[in-house]
Write a protein that binds this ligand. Structure first.
Ligand code: FEO
Length: 172
């Protein structure tokens, strides 16, 4: 496997692992603050990010490279409020999208079209994740500081059917 591509894929493994830990921290904070819907949403999101990481690990190893399982910095324990949580989630996802775009760029520079094809799944996934985070933030802005609105928002997230990516993408 091309060295630059392998390095970029390993960087991405670390980013997906960090995302999983970050959303796990958000889930735990939400659970401790009576936001059960948000907690459920974030636990599922954390699992999805782990799946994104595993998919990369397997791809690197199957293509003759060596996947590096990274150490991860400790994510925050506390968050200001629910809006702050989703602002941080969106900010984080925008960073992940930039990293995926960089990976695509390296694949093209190195003429690694197999990896380029593989990475397209992540390009689509990032579009969906950013759109979802923006939709949720728009709702939270509408609710403002209305407590009953916040209660319903959290309840709606709890009832939302979130299909884990590893089921939605069976066969990948
Ligand atoms: Fe796998 Fe949300 O980036």
């Amino acid at each position: 496997m091309n060295n630059r591509v392998e390095e970029a894929l390993n960087d991405q493994i670390k980013k997906e692992a960090s995302s999983s830990q970050y959303y796990l921290a958000m889930a735990s904070w939400a659970e401790n603050n009576g936001l059960n819907g948000t907690a459920k949403f974030m636990y599922t999101h954390s699992d999805e990010e782990r799946f994104h990481m595993l998919k990369l690990v397997k791809f690197v190893n199957e293509r003759g490279g060596t996947a590096i399982i990274p150490s991860i910095d400790q994510p925050p324990v506390k968050f200001k409020d629910l809006k702050n949580v989703f602002e941080k989630l969106l900010e984080h996802e925008i960073g992940v999208t930039a990293s995926i775009n960089n990976l695509v760029d390296i694949c093209l520079q190195e003429k690694d079209y197999t990896t380029h094809n593989f990475v397209q799944w992540y390009v689509s996934e990032q579009l969906e994740e950013e759109a979802l985070a923006r939709t949720i933030l728009d709702k939270l802005k509408l609710i403002g500081s209305d407590n009953s609105g916040m209660y319903m928002f959290d309840r709606d997230l709890e009832n939302a059917v979130i299909q884990p990516a590893n089921q939605a993408q069976a066969g990948n």
